[in-house]
Design a protein around this ligand. Sequence first.
Ligand code: ATP
Ligand code: PAU
Ligand code: K
Length: 245
Amino acid sequence: MNLLVDAGNTRIKWQLRDGGALLRAGSGSLEANDLFQGITPGQWEVVSSVSVSTVRSESARQSLESVISAYTSAPVRFFWTRASHGQLVCAYSDPATMGADRWHAMVGAWDLIRGACAVVDAGSAITIDWIDHHGYHLGGYILPGRNMMTGSLRQGTARVLFESQEARGTTPGRSTAECVFHGVNWMIEALAFKLGRDLEVPVLITGGDGALIKEALDNSDGCRIPRAELRPDLVLDGLALVESG
Ligand SMILES: Nc1ncnc2c1ncn2[C@@H]1O[C@H](COP(=O)(O)OP(=O)(O)OP(=O)(O)O)[C@@H](O)[C@H]1O
Ligand SMILES: CC(C)(CO)[C@@H](O)C(=O)NCCC(=O)O
Ligand SMILES: [K+]
């Protein structure tokens, strides 16, 4: 039994898998002390390996390792971006500096598509990576995610004052909160429109705000993308592939 962990900047997500079968899944933060509450003592006993993809700090990596090691004596292995995995080749001259989540999502995407595709991970940050039909990673983009956009407006201004809310619209706002939340949604819509214009390849979408991107792509006029698929577990799927060799 293998425990797979994707430690993002906002949330840590995990799955307990036995071969291809998914047994348990959960998410949360290390601080809340209940991250792994979905795993029973009996299940911990039969965990034979723990594989982690993390984009958090070195000290957070160590905390995660010691929390996991308190549950199990199974080896905890961390997987980082590599220069290549099979036909997939990283565009970075220094692959270790590329976020492990991006790499594992690309490994998962290449395994599914085996052809030119793009990967969008809309998490704390939004990343977009291009892969060509040979498996060459052409490069990507790193943008602030939704929470980060609204948070930076809050922090960087004196009078942009607003309460958090679930404003789904994109019409011009008529209050500060509406201007901020509709503005962010409008940017997501603009991003989807641009993707649909620039790309004619399948797009695999993951991350906490992935559904918003998918919806915006589906509603974008003149979109040339043949297939846009939501894959919430793409990072863990790629990690499972890398971990098993
Ligand atoms: N339950 C949730 N908790 C936190 N964020 C959520 C939740 N549901 C949706 N979101 C949205 O998801 C985003 C965070 O996505 P995700 O959980 O994929 O982050 P992450 O994996 O920690 O990010 P990253 O990989 O970029 O560090 C936030 O911007 C927020 O808008
Ligand atoms: C961009 C994020 C934060 C997205 O989770 C992560 O992939 C990361 O910390 N990357 C390191 C920098 C890079 O990918 O070039
Ligand atoms: K992520």
